[in-house]
Design a protein around this ligand. Structure first.
Ligand SMILES: [Zn+2]
Ligand SMILES: [Zn+2]
Length: 284
């Protein structure tokens, strides 16, 4: 296996000038993520049909698909690809990108590039989902802004050199198609509704809440120059990402919760992977 270490971490704390006038927003129907996002919301509404009544096995599989993809977005897309908070094998890196790509939040390269911009310009002009344009912009409208559709590979040169990651970036619907087909094949109509749609809607809104709720409501431990907060409710839903003010203060750390009271499930997962020898160089 090829190792992926030896690279420098991104400059999370780079400063940016403050501007008074924001560039005009241009929402676009051509946003690649828009149609997949609409389809999973419609699919989740079908849960109201009697034919979609879930069995306990289907509910467990929906929880499982939520858990595995949540971990790959939190530990993979965020702490690994965006912040290089630990190192891993190339195969594990690909699995993080592929399984995280099933969460309908586009590719690992697109996601991490946007997130690095978020940290550089947090809540100021240049932040793709900054709160300057309001709550719903930060939550989801930024996702369909024409200015945010391209993958900013120049922000992610450390990972853009892997051809398999660039392939996933060009074919971001492949993991989604594999995931949806597996849910339908294993669980039928109800399995497709709950494991592929309901769990994905919950996962997307939990993650988006980090940009909206966690930059607006809740207490702040550190006086960071952004509006990030710490919220237990969001931390539970996002496997620890809700300790967002801690994270903006220490963006390179693999552990976001501070102390045992601040539950951080992804940290527990990263620690377990480290014990298995699958990740190393964990930054604390
Ligand atoms: Zn943030
Ligand atoms: Zn971050």
């Amino acid at each position: 296996m090829q190792r992926t270490d030896g690279l420098s971490a991104p400059s999370d704390a780079a400063a940016a000038p403050v501007s008074k006038a924001l560039p005009r927003a241009r929402l676009t129907w051509a946003a690649p993520g828009l149609w997949a996002m609409l389809m999973i919301h419609v699919g989740a509404l079908l849960a109201l049909l009697p034919a979609a009544r879930p069995t306990p096995a289907i509910l467990w599989s929906a929880l499982g698909s939520f858990t595995v993809r949540n971990f790959c977005v939190s530990a993979g897309f965020h702490r690994y690809f965006s912040h290089r908070a630990f190192r891993t094998h190339r195969v594990v890196q690909f699995l993080f990108a592929f399984i995280g790509g099933m969460a309908v939040m586009r590719s690992a390269l697109w996601w991490a590039a946007q997130h690095r911009l978020h940290h550089r310009y947090a809540d100021r002009e240049g932040d793709p989902h900054g709160t300057l344009r309001g709550f719903w912009w930060a939550h989801c409208l930024w996702f369909i802004d024409a200015a945010n559709q391209e993958t900013r590979l120049e922000e992610l040169r450390d990972f853009a050199r892997y051809p398999e990651l660039r392939w996933l970036e060009r074919n971001e619907f492949v993991p989604i198609a594999v995931f949806v087909a597996a849910c339908a094949a294993l669980g039928g109509f109800a399995g497709w509704v709950w494991a592929a749609n309901v769990s994905t809607v919950l996962l997307c809104h939990a993650t988006f809440a980090l940009n909206s709720v966690s930059h607006r409501f809740g207490p702040r431990r550190y006086a960071t120059r952004d509006r990030s907060t710490n919220l237990l409710s969001i931390a539970l839903l996002t496997f620890g990402e809700g300790w967002h003010n801690n994270h903006h203060r220490w963006p390179g750390r693999a552990r976001l919760g501070e102390g045992w009271r601040e539950v951080d499930l992804s940290w527990l997962g990263i620690r377990a992977l480290a014990r298995l020898g699958l990740v190393w160089g964990v930054r604390r």
